[in-house]
Design a binder for this molecule. Structure first.
Ligand code: NAD
Ligand code: DAO
Ligand code: ZN
Length: 370
């Protein structure tokens, strides 16, 4: 078949919206009509060339929602008409990683996914001339139709609006999951969130959900304050307005340091501040942000000797086929909010406008609606 898609032709170039060829699903694969997709910072990271694993030409996009159109041989858990969210972290439920409750990093299709290929080592996308185009994160939601492995699709409530719950495909789950699955924050905790963008705001609403007492938000952009307060932030700190070192300021504000800190900036200097602002003896700092190629973190080891710990999280520690449908239900039941964070919507033809809005810091989430 043919489908409209935005192709990332090369690093640093705008996406090219065009018609491409898409082969139907092979064994254990599913053809999905993507109804909506968010534009995430990570798509920008890859498009910019900063991603050391970025491959071109490729069809980016990893925050989608849509409908199953056709299933390939061997697919047993999905049928045409099912509503789904594609998962860049699959859940096969049988690999060594899936069987270990300590991780969500299913490795069943990791090597081919990282090469922009389907599990059998080939691509379903090509140009109209027949030149292959790579998949991205196993999802490629910047295409109106995409082929995804069965183990990388979460079946969701069919009443859920695509243009909102697509955000659960990355940002919402990453932020809320970092709080619930990775940090396992207890009610009454004090927390600091660095970076109040599309991820940080969801960390904040996750902290509110679990009953944190103090939720400090840190961002250089004062325009982020109002939205963060709406989602539960209790104190705002703009580092450019703090005289002297930020760490003692934050330790004082949180009465000795935060029980939990979260980096949602991807800046390694911020990661150090986050670790050192965690409480002596027990404070945990969770790295969510993805740092540029080659960047390294550092601190004095004594920070760890004295009881702070550094951890990281991918996709909020969520097991997608199990956890994503639950988060969709939380949204449908009004337990979490998404709508105010979708600040812009646009057709695929205007997808580059979504990237421009992100560069200018004017959007939280732009969503392409097909
Ligand atoms: P974003 O650009 O929407 O938000 C980043 C925020 O950080 C902005 O509000 C910006 O003003 C603020 N900021 C930047 N530098 C700062 C500094 N020095 N001090 C304080 N605030 C600062 O990005 P996002 O979509 O929220 O993504 C955040 C990070 O999370 C990115 O690195 C992204 O790649 C990463 N991410 C990780 C995962 C994961 O699974 N670990 C998933 C999705 C995204
Ligand atoms: O299993 O080795 C692996 C890779 C897992 C990839 C997890 C990616 C999470 C961070 C990237 C941000 C996604 C939007
Ligand atoms: Zn697995």
């Amino acid at each position: 078949m043919e489908t409209r898609a935005a192709i990332a032709v090369a690093a640093g170039k705008p996406l090219e919206v065009t018609t491409v060829k898409l082969e139907g699903p092979r064994a254990f694969e599913v053809l999905v009509e993507v109804k909506a997709t968010g534009i995430c910072h990570t798509d920008e990271f890859t498009l910019s060339g900063a991603d050391p694993e970025g491959l071109f030409p490729a069809i980016l996009g990893h925050e989608g929602a849509g409908v199953v159109v056709e299933v390939g041989p061997g697919v047993t858990t999905l049928k045409p008409g099912d509503h789904v969210i594609p998962l860049y972290t699959p859940e096969c439920r049988t690999c060594e990683y899936c069987l270990n409750p300590k991780t969500n990093l299913c490795q069943a299709i990791r090597s081919t996914q990282g090469q922009g290929l389907m599990p059998d080592g080939s691509s379903r996308f090509s140009t109209l001339d027949g030149d292959p185009i790579l998949h991205y994160m196993g999802t490629s939601t910047f295409s109106n139709f995409t082929v995804v492995p069965e183990i990388a699709l979460a079946k969701i409530n069919p009443d859920a609006p695509f243009d909102k719950v697509c955000y659960i495909g990355c940002g919402v789950t990453t932020g809320i999951g970092a709080v619930i699955n990775t940090a396992k924050v207890e009610p009454g905790s004090r927390a600091i969130v660095f970076g109040l963008g599309g991820i940080g705001l969801n960390v904040i609403q996750g902290l509110r959900l679990v009953g944190a007492d103090q939720i400090v938000g840190v961002d250089l952009n004062p325009a982020k304050k109002d939205m963060a307060e709406r989602f539960g932030m209790t104190d705002f700190v703009n580092p450019s307005e703090v005289e002297g070192d930020l760490v003692p300021y934050l330790v004082n504000l949180t009465k000795g340091g935060a029980d939990y800190t979260f980096d949602a900036t991807g800046n390694v200097n911020v990661m150090r501040t986050a670790l050192e602002a965690a409480h002596k003896g027990w404070g945990e700092s969770i790295i969510i942000g993805v740092a540029p190629a080659g960047a390294e973190i550092s601190t004095r080891p004594f920070q760890l000797v004295t009881g702070r710990s550094w951890r990281g999280t991918a996709f909020g520690g969520a097991r997608g086929r199990t956890d994503v449908p639950r988060i969709v239900d939380w949204y449908m039941d009004g337990k979490i909010e998404i709508d105010p964070m979708i600040t812009h919507t646009m057709p695929l033809e205007e997808i580059n406008t979504g990237f421009d809005l992100m560069h200018r810091g004017e959007s939280i989430r732009s969503v392409v609606v097909y």
